[in-house]
Design a protein around this ligand. Structure first.
Ligand code: HEM
Ligand code: HEM
Length: 125
């Protein structure tokens, strides 16, 4: 799998939606979606782009199975977490309704960061 390309494409997908929410907030004056907007742009776009670049700057990192695992641990759980956050911010579900899906997604994303760290320790040279 071309992990860098996949991170760039999915990260930019997050950005399109994130900026969409930013424009909606600016236009409507309803800023309730600010945490969703922030995490679409930061967790979704900024982190994905940094990962994509790291896998190019350190090609030995990008060529591993760990990089592929990291992609699957970051992007699909990220989508799930941000959908849950949208449901919360829009008042469709309560905070209790976030459990257990959102915590599971968070643990998977965290697992991806640990995999990234292990990969960096071995191959970032
Ligand atoms: C055209 C693009 C964008 C528009 C129109 C926009 C609009 C907004 C608006 C209206 C708010 C709410 C401010 C408030 O309630 O205090 C906000 C907050 C924020 N935006 Fe954006 N934004 C844009 C792009 C970005 C990008 C590219 C990033 C990050 C890479 C970003 C990160 C944030 C953060 C971190 C917050 C703070 C959220 C919070 O205080 O809870 N925004 N933005
Ligand atoms: C699974 C990963 C993450 C979780 C579970 C998480 C959770 C949270 C929570 C619960 C808040 C408080 C929101 C509020 O008070 O309304 C918050 C705020 C914030 N987070 Fe995260 N976060 C994550 C990842 C990140 C990342 C990767 C970044 C930046 C690269 C980031 C940037 C911010 C910023 C700037 C705020 C303050 C703005 C806001 O209130 O929306 N977060 N985060």
């Amino acid at each position: 799998m071309n992990v860098s390309r996949n991170f760039v494409l999915s990260g930019t997908g997050f950005l399109v939606i994130g900026i969409g929410f930013g424009i909606y907030m600016g236009a409507s004056g309803n800023h309730e979606f600010a945490p969703l907007h922030a995490h679409l742009n930061l967790l979704g776009f900024v982190l994905s782009m940094i990962f994509a670049m790291a896998y190019r700057v350190f090609p030995a990192m990008g060529d591993t199975k760990l990089a592929t695992y990291h992609f699957w641990l970051h992007v699909p759980p990220g989508v799930v977490l941000l959908i849950m956050l949208f449901l919360l911010m829009s008042g469709t579900i309560t905070e209790a309704g976030m459990v257990p899906v959102a915590p599971i997604a968070e643990i998977l994303i965290f697992g991806g960061v640990i995999v990234f760290l292990m990969n960096a320790l071995k191959n970032a040279n």
